[in-house]
Design a protein around this ligand. Structure first.
Ligand code: UN1
Length: 505
């Protein structure tokens, strides 16, 4: 453990407030203890940001923005290229820290760092491709075009389950757009926050650039509320639960600020009559057990054709019996702990709710002895309309639901309040295309013969309905971090008015 911290320049107590590579020496508001969910031991602590330190950070960010927006976008991209290279160097150590602090297995911890590298590489290219359109004016000797300008300060509030990758989606894209970033990591993963911030600032040390990365930490949610309500923060990008996202959305809207929400999912996989079971079973197991079911994209429901139900149920129960649960840093482990005791209790409560509603828990839902927050992954036979199936339990519980017609399956898949990710497994072209058509899945992500989780950064990531509507990462998500300006230039000697209006004096 100490070795991992040493490799990332972390100590037993770490500063939590950073203006570029300078940490604040102010009196801390308290310590946030980072707890290893596999052992329940404190790994190290991070100092909370005080109200005075917060003011210093925002003031410095405002000044930095003035300088950074003047830096040409491709030069901003050069900075991100350095960050990508720095992350490559620290991939193993940072992957270990993600695993240690969050509890996902090392391979997934490394995957998260890879996702940071991928988005950084993407952002380098994007820095030369922030295109605006030109339009034909209706007036003679007039030219119209649009251009994209940075917003200012982007505030990212990230979640414990993806403590580093989702921040990189936001910060790398925001930075090439000309924004500065203030990051508030989850109080459950503050060490990841400090480690990533330090790597980023180290990689930029030799470039003569303004400080564009800022870090704040808050163990309570007092400072977070101030952050959300602060008119100087031009965009709040929040990843987390629908319940908190709704409150944040309302607060930011009330000050007419911009908000990017990436909230919960109740993701389903449809398995039809033509599905290839060799693909279905591993995809479902990765989707539901990967990250111990704590991804927003985790597979929560399987909607299987009645003719395949029995076969699938048996195959899944068998596969679940082979899941190796334990130390997430052990390369043999497939599933680590849940983040805390409350999460274990929520999975137990979900199993109890299934039984109370008349369903059957086929396997799992049993906590393992010891100090860590381990539970066996559960499969339950259920119905889509049940309250427990309708709500997102952020852990490894999977509901099996049977269907007769594809229309019925799609209606069930869409019949939840969230709209993040969805899949169909089929070798039938008509069924696949129907699922992807505008009468099919209503989610932001819809896949064929691929599970619900593990999206690549090249696409826009996010979902509809109570998932919040935001889009992050690839495609044209960069537009969320910019303001659009329409410009009309009259290069003639007359002043014709649009719509043919006469207004002669
Ligand atoms: C999240 O759980 O908040 O698609 C993000 C995936 C990952 C990102 C998940 N690339 O599962």
């Amino acid at each position: 453990m100490k070795e991992i911290l040493d490799r990332l320049g972390l100590g037993a107590v770490n500063d939590g407030t950073w203006i570029g590579d300078t940490s604040s020496a102010g009196e801390a508001a308290g310590l946030i203890e980072s707890v290893n969910p596999a052992t329940n031991e404190v790994i190290a602590s991070v100092r909370s940001t005080t109200a005075a330190e917060y003011e210093q950070v925002v003031t410095a960010a405002q000044e930095a923005f003035i300088a950074w927006r003047a830096v040409p976008a491709p030069v901003r991209g050069e900075a991100i290229r350095n960050i990508a290279n720095g992350l490559r160097k620290h991939k193993d150590a940072l992957g270990c820290l993600v695993s240690l602090e969050m509890g996902k297995i090392k391979s997934e911890g490394d995957g998260e760092v890879q996702e940071m590298i991928d988005i950084a590489d993407f952002a380098v290219g994007q820095s030369r491709m922030m295109y605006g359109r030109t339009m034909h004016s209706e007036r003679p000797q007039h030219r119209m075009y649009e251009q994209w300008h940075p917003l200012g300060i982007v505030g990212t509030i990230s979640a414990f389950n993806f403590p580093v990758a989702v921040y990189a989606w936001n910060s790398c894209i925001a930075a090439i757009c000309g924004n500065v970033n203030i990051w508030k990591p989850s109080p459950k993963a503050p060490l990841c926050g400090v480690a990533v911030h330090k790597i980023i600032c180290d990689t930029l040390a030799d470039m003569d650039l303004p400080n564009i990365f800022f870090l704040i930490n808050d163990g309570s949610n007092e400072l977070a509320q101030q952050f959300v309500d602060d008119r100087r923060i031009n965009l709040i990008s929040f990843t987390g639960s629908c319940a908190i996202g709704r409150k944040i959305g309302e607060r930011v809207a009330s000050r007419m600020g911009k908000c990017l929400l990436e909230l919960g999912g109740n993701n389903a996989i449809i398995v039809d009559e033509y599905a290839n079971m060799d693909l279905v079973v591993p995809a479902i197991v990765f989707g539901s057990v990967g990250t111990a079911g704590q991804r927003c994209t985790s597979t929560r429901r399987i909607i299987a054709h009645s003719s395949r139900f029995e076969e699938l149920r048996n195959a899944l129960v068998k596969a679940y019996g082979q899941i190796r649960i334990g130390d997430p840093l052990d390369p043999d482990t497939l599933m680590g702990p849940l983040t805390d005791e409350a999460s274990v209790q929520r999975v137990e409560a979900a199993c109890a709710a299934v039984r109370d509603t008349g369903g059957e828990v086929l396997c799992g839902g049993e906590r393992l002895d010891g100090p860590g927050h381990f539970i066996t992954p559960a499969i339950a036979v259920a119905e889509n309309g049940w309250d427990i199936v309708q709500s997102e339990t952020f852990g490894p519980i999977l509901y099996l639901i049977s269907y007769e017609t594809l229309d019925e399956a799609i209606a069930m898949q869409n019949g939840v309040v969230q709209g993040l990710s969805s899949s169909i497994f089929t070798d039938n072209l008509q069924n696949a295309e129907y699922f992807l058509s505008n009468g099919g899945s209503d989610c932001g992500i819809a896949n064929v013969n691929i599970g619900t989780s593990g999206a690549e950064i090249g696409g826009a990531f996010g979902g509809e309905k109570e998932t919040g509507g935001g889009r992050e990462a690839g495609s044209d998500s960069w537009k969320a971090y910019m303001r659009r300006q329409t410009n009309t230039i009259n290069w003639g000697k007359d002043l014709p008015l649009a719509q043919g209006i006469n207004f002669d004096l």
